[in-house]
Design a binder for this molecule. Structure first.
Ligand SMILES: Cc1cc2nc3c(=O)[nH]c(=O)nc-3n(C[C@H](O)[C@H](O)[C@H](O)COP(=O)(O)OP(=O)(O)OC[C@H]3O[C@@H](n4cnc5c(N)ncnc54)[C@H](O)[C@@H]3O)c2cc1C
Ligand code: FES
Length: 260
């Protein structure tokens, strides 16, 4: 983990309230594991806490990475106004990402994503495809206007999209969509990121799978394991006292490991 003033080399609106920001800097050399995040200092004095945003793709050849974020509150609103050429104070990469070693060439992986949980799965798709893994991506969005990274995923995965309102693709959620394929294909690995309800479903369906992973979100402060702001509870703990820190022991956990 390092700190750096990274430079914005590209910044654009890609869907309703959703921006893709490309950052250049030496920190990119540290980024290896998809699912890790960076902790960004918002350049406004009254917004003290850094904001965690997942790394969506890594390009070591240009020292660039892309983050994709949705404007939620003041912090992301300030970020959205930063022009190309600005410097951003970044800490990272942070957290434990997805284990890419569990699946081999010729095997099959399922990526299950929802909404703004989709971006970190894009680098997963790229790295699995490069290994010769057959990738199925099941991506769910609220509506057609919220769809992101469709063309990008198509390069590396068999892509299936669902929308809650049926305005594009399968009508329903990404779990229902995945279940239509699961009757024929048994995945060797499962990687997921999205809303808690979706992750809970993945956790239940793949509870005993040897290589199934969920990426959690939690409100964070330090982002590096020191303040315990981000703890979640552990499955099967009768004392209800055991916990894990989402920022450094996660955000990615094996299914069956934590309680949502
Ligand atoms: C590990 C991790 C990775 C993340 N990756 C992404 C990403 O790739 N793209 C993206 O758009 N967002 C991501 N988030 C969520 C993002 O950090 C929050 O949306 C952001 O911090 C909100 O800041 P704000 O100042 O704009 O909003 P605030 O004013 O702080 O909050 C506005 C709203 O966002 C909610 N919120 C704030 N922080 C979080 C949080 N950490 N998790 C969930 N809800 C939150 C609040 O409850 C509130 O409703 C991630 C969060 C974590 C923990
Ligand atoms: S945010 Fe401080 S321990 Fe996780």
């Amino acid at each position: 983990m390092k700190l750096e003033l990274m430079t914005i080399t590209r910044h654009e609106l890609i869907a309703h309230k959703i921006y893709a920001m490309t950052l250049r800097g030496e920190l990119v050399k540290e980024m290896k594991e998809p699912g890790q995040f960076i902790h960004i200092k918002v350049p406004r004095a009254d917004l003290g806490l850094r904001r965690p945003i997942s790394i969506s793709s890594i390009s070591p050849e240009t020292n660039e990475c892309v983050i994709i974020y949705r404007v939620e509150g003041d912090g992301t609103r300030v970020l959205a106004e930063l022009p190309v050429g600005s410097e951003v104070d970044v800490m990272g990469p942070l957290g434990t990402g997805f284990d890419m070693s569990v699946v081999e060439e010729g095997e099959t992986a399922f990526l299950i994503g929802g909404g703004i949980g989709v971006p970190p799965l894009y680098e997963v798709a790229r790295q699995l495809h490069a290994k010769g893994v057959k990738v199925y991506a099941f991506l769910g969005f609220a509506t057609e206007d919220a769809i992101i990274l469709e063309d990008e995923f198509k390069q590396y995965a068999e892509l299936l999209i669902s929308t809650d309102d049926g305005t594009y693709g399968f009508k329903g959620n990404s779990i229902d969509l995945m279940n239509t394929i699961r009757v024929e294909v048994e995945p060797d690995a499962v990687y997921s990121c999205g809303a808690p309800g979706m992750l809970r479903a993945v956790d239940t369906i793949f509870k005993d799978h040897k290589a199934a992973y969920v990426s959690l979100e939690a409100r964070m402060a330090c982002g590096m394991g020191a303040c315990y702001a981000c703890v979640c509870h552990v499955q099967g703990d009768e004392t209800n006292e055991l916990s894990k820190k989402v920022c450094d022991e996660g955000p990615v956990f094996k299914t069956g490991e934590v309680i949502f």
